[in-house]
Write a protein that binds this ligand. Structure first.
Ligand SMILES: [Zn+2]
Length: 697
């Protein structure tokens, strides 16, 4: 495989208006981390860069709602998000934030360079305006119908349903997100990046240059935008939260969040370089640097069209070599949603599954939405843990360590002559680094994770076929050779699992005694990725390993059920919150109302109406008489449970026959949250009237 001199790897800047969930981890951060860790293991010069995206309209909306400042919002979530990344072992070289001074300076300088080169169009146009809020409406401040797909909840900058990138004035039936008003048009001056001017370059660079190596989902989206024709795009906004436009005559205007956010990769790289005493420029400007953006599919237009056009217009920067965007991860069949609390939040996961970060990393990788939307289910999570991590990976390591301890006091035994099977096994072992690397370098992380598991599978099969626990009684020499081979596989797993399961890899190295400072100094056993192929001995005879420790533990059904119950509770809460309220019926007069005669009755007999699922035939004491009422409540109650219930009865309803039984009145019911019927249940005595005459007016 050909490698450039250095790598700049960026992961989408998370937006600081909420914590992060499994969808973010699966879509962007775990694959990016696997890639970065792998490259470091093969000895590459890597800058793995990220930071919080702290500008833009949703943050100001959230701040307004909560009665705090936008800075309060971003401070809070920046801290939460940063901690989650650290907790899950996402190994950024630098995690910055776009409110940092270095970023404001870098973004303003970038804008000025383009401005001075005449790369913008300056234009006074009519923009949507909310007079009541005294605010221009762009981006998330305005919603309306998408002109491309008809989605009625499209935003002023993007339709999340079809992925179209929009201008606010494109929306059909626009509505202000602040007041709900229909906006008017008002003149304002803005600076536009003429994307149409870059169309030829984008066509050549992507449509011709990256036809083969970019993922089909990314390439296809980009192609459809370019085929649609690109238009100038405003890169400034009338807002008070963001980076001020650094030129004269731009008071009250800030850079569009999608103009400043990708520049955040550059400023975060600068911050890192300052800190570690490096020069940042080669990481962004040297042709021998490979730039890779890890993002979710909703960010494709910004990373494949707008940001490259900006970099190209600036003139001194390299362009991304690849943008391996993932599709979306769903949760138990439904779209992940922050507002509907349909998510698995990382801080919550860690509380409920302490020290099991690798299980989630693994489940999300093995089922990553690489080529199409995919579903995370708790059952799959449990199966990945129990059937793969516990039964295959953990089981193999445990057998090797326990047997080595039992037979040899934990000392790696001496190998004698290798059998054909031994030789084949060791040869297969040496092939694994390349096999896994080839998948990683093609951004096929699912495939890579399964190859890693195949190595553990091979180890298990080797032990099961060779049966050292039987041979130990008859052939000590052969047993030693078998255990020596098995220990080499265990050692390879400690290294090759690092990108995928960094916590497990650490633990395994410690069990095998290969991450102690002595072992590292001797450079004998803490192997690099390529050592697995090139070295004949990974764990030498005579080396002392430690005691067995469980790497993974079984996850029981009730633990999974608790998670499913939590989701069911979320769903119910959403249904209640989103229940459609029926419109009020036509107004009636007081006279109409006073015609109703309602009394409190007691059900004294009840039986199911034969051949009718919904009907119960009741005898009700109304205080006036005992009468028959047929009631459609049989799906909510059995006959037995309603006897003795006190109910509200409309007694002067004209009698009507239901299935041949005459019903003389109506029992008033209402509905519980789950749709079950409930009696309007008066806490009084039989025969009491529900007053509706003049006496209460
Ligand atoms: Zn749309």
């Amino acid at each position: 495989m050909n490698h450039p001199k250095r790598y700049t790897i960026t992961a989408a800047l998370p937006y600081t208006n909420g914590p992060i969930h499994i969808g973010h981890l699966a879509g962007v951060y775990v694959p990016a981390d696997i890639y970065a860790r792998y490259l470091r293991l093969i000895g590459k010069d890597v800058a793995f860069i990220c930071g919080s995206d702290e500008h833009g309209v949703p943050i100001t909306i959230k701040a307004k709602k909560e009665g705090v400042t936008p800075q309060d919002i971003v401070d809070k979530y920046h801290a939460i998000i940063k901690t989650s990344f650290e907790d899950f072992g996402i190994s950024f070289d630098n995690y910055s934030r776009t409110s940092a001074k270095i970023h404001h300076d870098t973004a303003q300088e970038f804008f000025k360079t383009l401005y001075n080169k005449g790369e913008f169009i300056e234009e006074v146009t009519e923009q949507l305006y909310d007079a009541e809020a005294d605010q221009f409406l762009a981006d998330r401040f305005v919603t309306g119908t998408c002109p491309k797909c008809g989605n009625e909840e499209a935003y002023g900058d993007q339709c999340e349903k079809c992925g179209s990138s929009l201008n606010a004035t494109d929306l059909i039936n626009p509505k202000s997100a602040i007041t709900g008003n229909v906006p008017t048009l008002k003149q304002t001056k803005h600076w536009f990046l003429p994307l149409d001017k870059h169309e030829a370059f984008l066509k050549e660079w992507i449509l011709e240059g990256h036809k083969k190596d970019w993922k089909p989902n990314v390439y296809g989206q980009v192609k459809s935008w370019i085929d649609d024709g690109l238009r100038p795009r405003a890169v400034t906004r009338d807002l008070d939260w963001g980076i001020p436009v650094p030129i004269e005559g731009a008071d009250g205007k800030v850079l569009y969040v999608w103009f400043d956010a990708p520049i955040g990769y550059i400023s975060s790289t600068k911050e890192w370089a300052d800190r570690v005493g490096k020069d940042w420029e080669p990481y962004w400007k040297d042709k021998d640097t490979k730039l890779v953006h890890f993002i979710g599919k909703d960010n494709i237009v910004f990373h494949c069209i707008i940001f490259p056009a900006m970099l190209k217009a600036e003139g001194s920067y390299i362009l991304p070599d690849n943008v391996p965007a993932n599709e979306f991860l769903n949760l138990e069949g439904n779209k992940l949603s922050t507002s509907k609390n349909w998510a698995v939040w990382l801080p919550e996961y860690l509380e409920e599954f302490p020290n099991q970060q690798d299980v989630l990393r693994y489940a999300l990788t093995a089922n990553a939405p690489e080529t199409k939307d995919n579903d995370f289910t708790w059952k799959d999570f449990q199966a990945r843990n129990n059937n793969e991590l516990v039964a295959i990976f953990g089981n193999f390591i445990n057998r090797v360590v326990v047997l080595t301890d039992k037979y040899y006091g934990g000392v790696v035994p001496e190998a004698s002559e290798f059998s054909d099977v031994d030789q084949d096994t060791l040869a297969a072992l040496k092939a694994y680094p390349d096999v896994i690397a080839s998948s990683i370098e093609r951004y096929r992380f699912r495939e890579a994770s399964q190859e890693l598991l195949n190595l553990a599978r091979m180890g298990n099969k080797y032990l099961a076929d060779e049966e050292p626990w039987k041979l130990v009684k008859t052939d000590e020499v052969r047993t030693k050779t078998i255990m020596f081979v098995a220990l080499q596989i265990a050692s390879a797993l400690a290294t090759l699992s690092e990108p995928f399961l960094p916590f497990t890899s650490d633990k395994l190295k410690s069990i095998l005694g290969i991450n102690s400072s002595d072992a590292i100094q001797e450079n004998l056993m803490n192997n690099s990725w390529n050592d697995i192929s090139s070295k004949d001995v990974l764990l030498p005879t005579g080396h002392q390993i430690g005691k067995a420790e469980l790497l993974f533990s079984k996850i029981e059904d009730d633990t999974i059920q608790q998670q499913l119950d939590k989701l069911v509770a979320s769903k119910k809460a959403n249904e209640v919150a989103n229940r459609k309220v029926e419109p009020q019926k036509e107004t009636i007069t007081f006279e109409d109302f006073s015609k109703l005669d309602m009394r409190v009755g007691t059900i004294i007999e009840a039986e199911k109406m034969p051949k009718a699922n919904k009907l119960l035939v009741l005898k009700v004491d109304t205080g006036i008489d005992v009468r028959t009422i047929v009631s459609g409540i049989a799906e909510s109650f059995t006959a037995e449970e309603v006897i003795g219930k006190r109910v509200t009865v409309l007694v002067n309803l004209a009698p009507r026959a239901l299935r041949g039984v005459e019903s003389e009145g109506m029992i008033l019911m209402t509905e519980a949250e789950d749709g079950k019927l409930v009696f309007v249940n008066p806490d009084t005595t039989t025969g009491a009237k529900v007053p509706n005459g003049l006496q209460i007016s």
